[in-house]
Write a protein that binds this ligand. Structure first.
Ligand SMILES: Cc1ncc(COP(=O)(O)O)c(C=O)c1O
Length: 425
């Protein structure tokens, strides 16, 4: 149940003991400027609690929450605490925690962000949980093969490695290049690796370290033509670019809305195409683990025991925030900033860009370095000189994630630091 409905139901049931005393005062609705307003992005930056003078470039790890999202979560938690004694567990009454109910309304809303239907979506806690539910949930025999890249995030690789060790499946980590030259080269690598024993392909939509936008749709086409289950790890995609699981043609999609969609940490999304749901066993089993009713769909994959309902309220608010800006506008801004960084770095002597520069494979993540400067030192220099927080990803580079709370001025200042380091170190 969403926050608005929670308040309405609690009020209607007379559950608030002292209405004026503890009933939450609905905060004034955020007043949005026109998106054409030249100060729009500055206004938007002010919606985040990151102090002035500090700059956050690590959305690839965890997104910052805009204030309306944070307030929705905090208000809801406070309301829960104030009224907890009134909770009588009746299904017709508002719920106080997540992990048990179907959450039809929110599933429908989340599903619409990725062009799915509500039953095809399970609300889980992060991409890792979704990947594990697929990695453990498919029926596989010893010797069955699973293909992935050599650049998977641990949360997507781990479930298959566990199964390899425990049940003898064969996991093939295909080297795709750092970065690959173009999307076709990646598709060719996968096409050539398929054998009669290949049962699943699991690749990122966008890779974690270098931000390579993978040819997900072509890989799904390839998988389908061989009747191979295809799962896409979209942890880095939702909220930075449009995701359309139907156009992509994947059998499953996992993602973490607490990165680019700016939802509170502890939110995950698992999509399984309706005709593939029967192929996925539940991993975390609770009351409805065996519920194969089409209308319930992926519900049996989202019963994780008692969870924090306020985080789902935050997810709901994050979707509203994203929609209010507009998915295309977000994507355009992310690309404008990251293109500025890529093209600027190309002019800095001794700078190297480890992320792709092929236009079909670029996104808001730019992993770069200066020859002879370690990733850790570069991360510290960015922080010590300008309070810019990027993330060191290896011994030669930082990963800089450019999102809507960043600005062209911050990109230009990054380039100045890069030039200064190239000159002086
Ligand atoms: C591509 C990719 N997959 C999966 C994950 C795991 O995400 P989470 O920790 O939210 O489960 C990440 C996290 O950075 C990622 O980049």
């Amino acid at each position: 149940m969403l926050r608005r409905d929670f308040l309405r139901s609690v009020a209607a049931l007379g559950l608030w003991p002292l209405a004026n005393d503890i009933a939450p005062s609905p905060r004034a609705a955020l007043k949005w400027p026109e998106t054409s307003d030249p100060h729009f992005w500055r206004w938007l930056r002010a919606q985040f609690d990151i102090p002035k003078g500090e700059t956050y470039f690590n959305t690839g790890t965890l997104g910052a929450m805009p204030r309306p999202v944070l307030e929705a979560v905090a208000d809801h938690m406070r309301e829960i605490e104030k009224t907890i004694a009134h909770y009588d567990y009746r299904p017709e009454h508002p719920e106080y925690f997540a992990g048990y109910r179907k959450q039809d309304e929110l599933r429908a809303k989340v599903a619409s962000v990725i062009n799915a239907t509500a039953p095809e979506v399970a609300l889980v806690q992060n991409a890792t949980m979704g990947s594990n539910f697929i990695g453990n949930g498919l029926e596989l025999q010893p010797g069955d093969e699973v293909l992935m890249t050599d650049q998977e995030h641990v949360g997507n690789r781990g479930p298959w490695e566990l199964r390899e060790k425990r049940q003898g499946i064969v996991l093939k980590k295909l080297p795709i290049g750092t970065p690959p030259p173009d999307p076709d080269a990646v598709v060719k690598i996968f096409a050539e690796a398929i054998t009669p024993r290949t049962r699943a392909i699991d690749v990122p939509h966008i890779t974690s370290k270098l931000g390579i936008v993978m040819p997900a749709q072509q890989i799904c086409d390839l998988a389908r033509s061989h009747n191979i289950f295809c799962v896409i790890d979209g942890a880095q995609a939702i909220g930075q670019r449009r995701v359309d699981v139907k156009a992509m043609g994947c059998d499953a999609y996992v993602t973490s809305p607490h990165k680019w969609l700016l939802a509170p940490p502890g939110n995950g999304l698992l999509y399984v195409r309706s005709d593939r749901l029967k192929d996925v066993w539940a991993t975390l089993a609770s009351a409805s683990w065996n519920d194969y009713e089409p209308a319930d769909g992926a519900y049996r994959l989202m019963q994780y025991g008692t969870g924090n309902l306020s985080l789902l309220v935050g997810l709901d608010a994050a979707i509203d925030f994203y929609r209010k800006i507009g998915p295309d506008r977000v994507h355009d801004r992310v690309m404008e900033l990251s293109n500025r960084l890529r093209s600027g770095l190309q002019k800095v002597p001794r700078a190297h860009i480890d992320s792709p520069t092929h236009p079909a494979m670029t996104c808001g993540i730019v992993t770069w370095g200066i020859d002879g400067v370690t990733g850790a030192k570069l991360m510290d220099e960015l922080w010590n000189r300008r309070k810019f927080r990027a993330r060191a990803v290896d011994d030669r580079a930082v990963r800089q994630s450019c999102h809507i709370y960043n600005s062209p001025e911050e990109i230009d200042a990054t380039l100045e630091i890069a030039s200064a380091l190239a000159r002086t170190t």
